[in-house]
Design a protein around this ligand. Structure first.
Ligand code: UFG
Length: 320
């Protein structure tokens, strides 16, 4: 049992990790500014500290007495990061530095950090391992890449051990979770398709069908949020048992095209969806699939929910 500060613990991925940490018997404190996190993701057993990593006083006082940190608090909308870099610099970069300084001040030695496949940008290869050059093409990805470098320096200089988990495309919800607040204003493919099915959006625009892929639409590696959450617990356990700092990809090593995802939703719901082919979106690589061999070897991690229909079912709201 450890005392764990989960920063961003009422957000999409953070709240799934909190569930698992509690099940495993850890003492969880959630730290969140409630800017995008949902009240529905609050568990009454947790201590909630409403605070902001951008305010040193908030994060320094929350850090006292903790054994480890899980850090999910970040802005994550790629397009917005290009229009409003200051917001991403403040929340992601400065916020994380405040958090690391608070850890150092209070002698907290372990952190699991949410990184992203966005650090790779437009890689030359379609199957990406951790040695693929880091070359972000948007400011969001840049913040994640820079934080990884800071983590390496704080390891060297302050002996803070970290695992940075580079998520590929996170999807789905835990169907057994007591509460499962859905993200408001979703920006990603599967929740957008589901909003089309619900009638909340008129149609799905497929961004390009002339990519060099079998059906012409972009291929991504969709990894279930419960599998992502599991990797965090494995990472924490290994860290607290002496493992060295690591950077690890988290993906299923399986590619799904945009059209395949649409078809999967149509099959699960038994109805056709309104879809239109639109121009390519700037900065979209044709194919992005993880090699997760390193996570498999180092953490013993293996994603369990890889069936597309199962993924889609887990992502549907209860009333659909
Ligand atoms: N897509 C559409 N129409 C839409 C939305 C998306 O065709 O309305 C397509 C995109 O072009 C892309 C695929 O669906 O080919 C997935 O797009 P998302 O926006 O859901 O996800 P991205 O792959 O662009 O990026 C996601 C996260 C990033 C993260 C990255 C890591 O949003 O934060 O995965 O792989 F960095």
């Amino acid at each position: 049992m450890a005392r764990i500060l989960v920063v961003g613990g009422v957000g999409y991925i953070g709240s799934h990790v909190v569930s698992l940490l509690m099940e495993a018997g850890h003492e969880v404190t959630v730290f969140d500014n409630l800017s995008t996190g949902l009240q529905a993701n609050l568990f009454s057993e947790n201590r909630l500290i409403v605070g902001d990593i951008c305010k040193e006083i908030d994060i320094f006082s929350a850090m006292e007495g903790q054994d480890a940190v899980m850090h999910f608090a970040a802005k994550k909308a790629v397009a917005e990061s290009m229009e409003n870099p200051a917001k991403y610099a403040r929340n992601n970069l400065i916020g994380t530095l405040n958090l690391l300084n608070a850890m150092d001040h209070h002698g907290v030695k372990y952190i699991v950090f949410s990184s992203s496949a966005a650090v790779y940008g437009m890689p030359d290869v379609s199957v990406v391992d951790e040695n693929t050059p880091v070359n972000p093409i948007n400011f969001y990805g840049f913040t994640k890449a820079e934080i990884e470098k800071c983590l390496q320096w704080y390891d060297r200089l302050c002996d803070i051990k970290f695992v940075a988990l580079r998520y590929f495309n996170a999807v789905g919800y835990d169907m057994n979770r007591r509460s499962r607040g859905h993200e408001a204003n979703p920006q990603n493919l599967l929740p957008i398709i589901i909003e089309v099915a619900e009638g909340k959006r008129e149609k799905l625009k497929i961004f390009g069908d002339d990519y060099p892929t079998p059906d012409g639409t972009c291929i991504r590696d969709y990894v279930h949020v419960c599998d992502l959450a599991q990797a965090h617990l494995l990472a924490l356990d290994k860290l607290m048992n002496g493992m060295d700092s690591q950077i690890l990809n988290l993906g299923t090593e399986k590619g799904t095209s945009v059209k395949e995802m649409v078809t999967a939703v149509e099959e699960v719901l038994g109805k056709k969806l309104n879809v239109e082919i639109a121009p390519r979106r700037e900065g979209d690589p044709a194919c992005l699939i993880a090699s997760a061999e390193k996570a498999r070897k180092i953490l013993g991690w293996k994603p369990q929910i890889t069936d597309l229909h199962q993924i889609v079912k887990s992502a549907l709201p209860e009333d659909l």
